[in-house]
Design a protein around this ligand. Structure first.
Ligand SMILES: [Zn+2]
Ligand SMILES: [Zn+2]
Length: 648
């Protein structure tokens, strides 16, 4: 018999060799029908894999990420099976599950090209194969057997992958006629895969290396019900409409120039002002929370980053050092602001009474991303972090976390992110030696983070083993208006840089101690945050942030002078208003300006002149009646103030 412990801490005995499916069946028939994968002692497994020793388990259904993962990963194998049937001789790279669906990188061989037209064919073949309800068979093989198999199959990509694996850890999965190198887990058979869409193709370098062969990446998604696929396709359409690259252009927020360089955004006036408003907003909050501004240069001596360890990480794989006429002198474009802030901390001695010290900077950093990885404002080569570094004592850590959480809560409230969750990344308890810093400090820091989140009522998931080697962290994930997840701000504890830069403070007993460093960036970066905001709001920014708050629309040219007067009055009251005095019909002007996502449309004609008023329309809400000009200005100011109100 084996003892199986469940997530609710109950324990039951089963015969050795029991499978996840059988455990589910012992609970209920419905659960057994829905269960897709199982976590056994922290490893993801197939539900039909025998459990031969005592184990703690968790069963996963479609609703769980782990369930979807097994579903989509199995679908990737199914797609490979379909491709092999349609294009014999295809060689396979990797085919993982991703956040939405799966992909497979393939090499169809010389002279064969898979095109958009083939996607439907692949999809049909997948559906046909799925209906065969083939089992996914797992087999554990020796390295030699695995190499033999793929040598015979003539699949160089798999051979390369196997050559890097350790003997005794290799498994194959076979369904129907297709066998893949894979760790699993998989569905027990293809039956649950009821609805499939093969979505798109892209080029992808083998192992992400531009010097190696470009493979064809085929993306797909699958669901246990047609209805779920239909809903997904509608969301995908909506996402296309909200694409920040498209809206950024239409709303004239930013652009890119091949002459300036890929991945280097150029902010247009409207975008720059919007970004300025976001910065002012955050600066104001940070000042209240005791942050002090600092400004540091865009480059630093190579040695600075050797000391910080960033040169090892970004040196060779990023922008190369800049040489100067002076022999041996080398500078690096700043990949991180932290080393500069450490040097500021070092510029004078500190006592325990000075801490915490909080240095904030909108610091621009440069990192070389592969051209294939660049994407609008979300993956760029130069970006500005809303960065700050807090230097504090161990006993202040929890309080500092709580304060940063407060700032993030405020940002989310003002920008209307209602659905968010945070991930706490802790040490791997079985691997304590790979972390820098004392056990005692780590324990303290981890407890501080967990307690800070609890006391703030923040919804969290705790993941062991995800912490960086230099400290635990807290990451915020938001769900946008159409249900997509985005990773935003991070709060990261760091025991490493204070050590490397020999940062110190004098404690109450006159001994020297290292401060703890906290890196934090609530937005992440200005670029990424603006991109997320565009996609979340579909370009309809909150009134306080939007580039243009109101547009004045004279019903005919006769009223242009009055419209100009209204414009001046509003601009003098610091309302961001513009005038549309084109010689167009009023209906067309309304439609055009609604497309520009301007929240208030002010219509002026005969009646308004006589009463010194404007007729107010709110985008998406319709007519709001007439108002005196100064009444309207006050009305806007109040709406702005209210939306920026702090959480009580
Ligand atoms: Zn697999
Ligand atoms: Zn930092």
């Amino acid at each position: 018999m084996v003892k199986i412990s469940f997530p609710d801490s109950s324990v039951r005995e089963f015969p050795a060799g029991v499978t996840g499916f059988e455990v589910a069946q012992s609970i209920s028939h419905n659960l057994a029908k829905d269960v897709l994968s199982i976590t056994v002692n922290n490893c993801l497994w197939d539900i039909d894999r025998p459990i031969n020793e005592n184990a703690s388990i968790k069963l996963h259904k479609w609703e769980d990420d782990e369930g979807k993962h097994a579903f989509w990963h199995s679908s990737a194998h199914l797609m490979a099976e379909a491709i092999e049937a349609l294009f014999p001789g295809t060689k396979f790279g990797i085919g993982p599950a991703i956040e939405n669906g799966f992909y497979y990188d393939i090499d169809p061989g010389n002279g064969v090209a898979i095109t958009e037209e083939d996607l439907q064919k692949i999809e049909n073949k997948m559906l046909e194969l799925a209906r065969l309800k083939n089992q996914f068979h797992r087999s554990e093989v020796s390295k030699k057997e695995a190499l033999n198999f793929f040598e015979k199959k003539n699949d160089p990509y798999k051979l390369e992958l196997i050559s890097e694996l350790e003997d005794g850890t290799i498994s194959l999965y076979k369904q129907g006629e297709f066998t893949d190198l894979c760790r699993g887990p998989h569905l027990s058979n293809t039956e649950p895969i009821k609805a499939i869409k093969v979505l798109s193709l892209a080029g992808a370098y083998w192992r992400g290396d531009e010097k190696r062969k470009q493979l064809t990446r085929i993306y797909g998604i699958s669901f246990p019900k047609q209805k779920l696929l239909d809903e997904y396709m509608i969301r995908l359409e909506e996402a296309k409409k909200r694409d920040h690259r498209k809206l950024g252009k239409e709303l004239e927020l930013f652009t890119f120039s091949q002459s300036v360089g890929q991945g280097l955004p150029l902010w247009l006036p409207k975008g720059a002002r919007l970004r300025e408003r976001l910065e002012t907003f955050l600066k104001k909050v940070q000042t209240k929370y005791g942050y002090e501004p600092v400004i540091t240069p865009h480059i630093g001596q190579k040695e600075l980053y050797v000391t910080s360890g960033h040169y090892a990480k970004y040196g060779a794989d990023s922008f190369k050092p800049i040489k100067t006429p002076a022999e041996g002198e080398e500078f690096l474009l700043k990949p991180m602001n932290c080393p500069h802030h450490c040097e500021i901390y070092r510029s004078k001695p500190h006592s325990y009474k000075d801490l915490p010290i909080r240095y904030a900077e909108f610091g621009t950093v440069y990192r070389y991303e592969q051209s294939g990885e660049l994407h609008g404002l979300t993956r760029v080569r130069g970006f500005t972090q809303d960065d700050a570094h807090i230097f504090c004592r161990p006993d202040q850590l929890k309080d500092e976390f709580k304060k940063v959480i407060d700032i993030i809560f405020y940002i989310f409230k003002v920008l209307d992110f209602k659905d968010y969750i945070a991930q706490i990344s802790l040490r791997d308890p079985e691997n304590n030696e790979k972390y820098i810093g004392s056990d005692e400090n780590w324990d303290k820091a981890e407890t501080s983070i967990i307690e800070a989140c609890e006391e703030k009522g923040l919804k969290t998931i705790i993941v062991k083993g995800e912490a960086a080697f230099y400290g635990p962290k807290l990451d915020f994930m938001v769900r946008d208006a159409i249900g997509r997840k985005w990773q935003l701000g991070t709060i990261q504890v760091d025991y490493n840089l204070p050590e490397r830069f020999e940062l110190e403070y004098v404690d109450s007993d006159n001994t020297m101690h290292r401060p703890i460093m906290i890196h934090r960036a609530p937005f992440g970066s200005m670029e990424r945050f603006v991109a997320v905001l565009i996609e979340h709001t579909a370009g309809k920014f909150p009134l306080w942030l939007t580039p243009e708050q109101a547009v004045i629309l004279p019903v005919s040219e006769k009223f242009n002078d009055y419209a100009k007067k209204v414009l001046n009055l509003l601009n003098n009251s610091e309302i961001r208003a513009v005038l549309d005095d084109r010689n167009e019909k009023i209906g067309k002007k309304i439609r055009d300006n609604e497309l520009k996502r301007i929240p208030y449309l002010l219509i002026v004609g005969e009646k308004e002149i006589n009463s010194e008023e404007v007729s107010v329309r709110r985008q998406g809400e319709g007519d709001k009646g007439s108002m005196k000009i100064n009444e309207f200005a006050d009305f806007i100011k109040q709406e702005v103030e209210k939306s920026l109100e702090e959480i009580k």
